[in-house]
Design a protein around this ligand. Structure first.
Ligand code: ATP
Length: 498
């Protein structure tokens, strides 16, 4: 059993954790939820031995332990699995499971048979269909997650902490992921599941702890685990009411894509987006939806076909051309593209539009006051939690970093807005705020394309949902016809042999 008691952590004036206690037994799944900045990551880092607590104790099987480093936590059987924890792409599942561990040897050489047997034994129980001998680069994202789980349990992981494990997985893959987790639970593994997908917490966890401003706001037993209760405990309200009117058939066509192919969109795709319309692009990752956005943003060349914006031919060679044509783009991966962690929040907000904040248009001298007030307005719109506009971007919690990127476009309207996974890692209240902003941008007469692996988001946001599969747009649903089941079937159906 793992027990934390009275955990406390401060960063300057911020109480990231204040007297947090929790316990976890084998075969139990504990949900950990909270708004962005509530303290979840800080708690995980302490449990992982990656950050010292200022106060509190950790006990494993009734014995107090002290984690001076991640190595100590590892030795105690704790495994933290981040959504994008590194795997070596050219190694197969077995080699990835043995990373950092001594290889079994026989007669002085590596005993590959023993390695295989050790991993296959666990794989049979938790993920029987997972290929063991294929370089993991060839595995789809859900299977990569299974490799991470397998690595943890095959190396005596007793306590798993899963940090947003399904954030980038579409619903169909998430179901398979939970089936694997269910088998791990049945074997007696103890699991802490951190997620902003509250429906998963409600469905899968035995209990949940809700953190709010660094404190345990409430602990909900299984019988009381509902999305509404979780949201209320986080301090928000949850509304799904939506009665927006349909887009008029004669509304102006803003974006007209015809026969376009890109690196991933192999089958020519055509699409018209009208003023006021949000089109959601749904599909498994790699299905071609993100690649279409990249091509429109000028970040990758389109191979064939044409694009027009308000009737004008548009062939971007770089993002600069895209900005000139009135296009904005919010990328999916906030860590690699877009955020400058060691620069402050105001700079990160104004970065793509620096020239808009000059003392005089012809003078390249920044107007700090205008920058700061634009930041404050945008931060308010996306309900970003921050200490000061001058704080470094990397000191924000993960979800607030996503809001910071989103805030760049929150008070600037473009003719065409491209959004890739706009609410990944964002708490449920902010999700709602971001969706409202997206709707408002469209309602101003602009065209919006949202690529998402979140089926509910596709349904809530899209006036239309296009489903991508294997590099092709395979189906288009009007809002009224779309249902979760229909989207899943279209996204997954096996390509028919021609
Ligand atoms: N290195 C740091 N320096 C300063 N403040 C920090 C640092 N790390 C975290 N914080 C602050 O501690 C608080 C808790 O952050 P934490 O990352 O634990 O939140 P979280 O619940 O994981 O949020 P999210 O859902 O956005 O990932 C936040 O106010 C955050 O800004």
């Amino acid at each position: 059993m793992l027990a934390l008691s009275g955990m406390t952590k401060r960063f300057g004036a911020t109480n990231a954790l204040e007297d947090v206690s929790l316990s976890l037994s084998g075969g139990e799944v504990l949900g950990l939820v909270g708004h962005n900045g509530a303290g979840k990551s800080t708690l995980i880092k302490i449990v992982a031995g990656a950050q010292p607590a200022d106060g509190g104790t950790i006990a494993v099987d009734g014995q107090d332990v002290h984690f001076a480093s991640p190595h100590d936590a590892y030795a105690a059987g704790i495994r933290v699995i981040h959504q994008d924890a590194p795997l070596v792409p050219s190694f197969d599942t077995i080699d990835n499971c043995f990373l950092g561990r001594p290889y079994p040897r026989r007669f002085g050489t590596i005993d590959r048979k023993a390695m295989r047997e050790a991993i296959a034994r666990h794989a049979r129980e938790i993920a029987p269909d997972l290929p063991l001998d294929l370089p993991v680069a060839f595995l789809p994202p859900a299977e990569k997650q299974f490799v991470r789980l397998l690595r943890a349990v095959s190396d005596e992981g007793r306590f798993l902490v899963l940090d947003e494990p399904t954030a980038a997985l579409p619903a169909e893959d998430a179901h398979r992921f939970f089936a694997v987790l269910e088998r791990m639970r049945a074997r007696g593994t103890a699991i802490i599941l951190v997620s902003h997908r509250l429906d998963e917490i409600a469905e899968f966890c035995d209990r949940a702890i809700v953190l709010r401003d660094g404190r345990v706001a409430t602990e909900l037993p299984k019988a009381e685990l509902t999305v509404a209760r979780l949201v209320a405990a986080m301090g928000g309200s949850h509304s799904t009411a939506d009665n927006r009117p349909a887009i008029a058939a004669d509304a102006q066509v803003i974006l007209d894509i015809s026969g376009l192919t890109t690196s991933e969109l192999k089958t020519p795709g055509s699409l018209k987006v009208r003023a006021g319309e949000v089109v959601a692009l749904y599909g498994l990752s790699g299905s071609g939806r993100s690649s279409l956005l990249h091509a429109l943003w000028g970040a990758e060349p389109s191979r064939t076909g044409s694009v027009a914006i308000e009737g004008q031919a548009y062939r971007p060679r770089s993002p600069r051309d895209a900005v000139r044509a009135g296009i904005s783009y919010v990328p999916a991966d906030r860590h690699r593209t877009g955020l400058f962690g060691s620069l402050d929040l105001v700079f990160n907000k104004t970065l793509p539009l620096l020239s808009s904040y000059r003392i005089a248009p012809s003078l390249p001298i920044p107007d700090r006051k205008a920058e700061r007030s634009a930041f404050l307005v945008a931060a308010e719109r996306v309900s970003m939690a921050f200490r000061s506009p001058g704080q470094l971007a990397r000191t924000l919690s993960g979800g607030n970093q996503q809001k910071l990127i989103f805030s760049r476009w929150a008070n600037r309207h473009s003719r065409v807005m491209l959004l890739d996974e706009p609410t990944e890692g964002v708490d449920v209240m902010a999700k709602q705020a971001i969706k409202e902003i997206i709707r408002a941008i469209a309602a101003d007469g602009n065209a919006v394309l949202v690529s998402t692996s979140d089926r509910e988001e596709a349904l809530e946001l899209g006036d239309r949902v296009l489903v991508f599969r294997d590099g092709a747009i395979v189906q288009s649903f009007e809002r009224a016809q779309a249902s979760p089941e229909a989207l899943s079937t279209a996204a997954q159906a096996k390509a028919k042999a021609s």
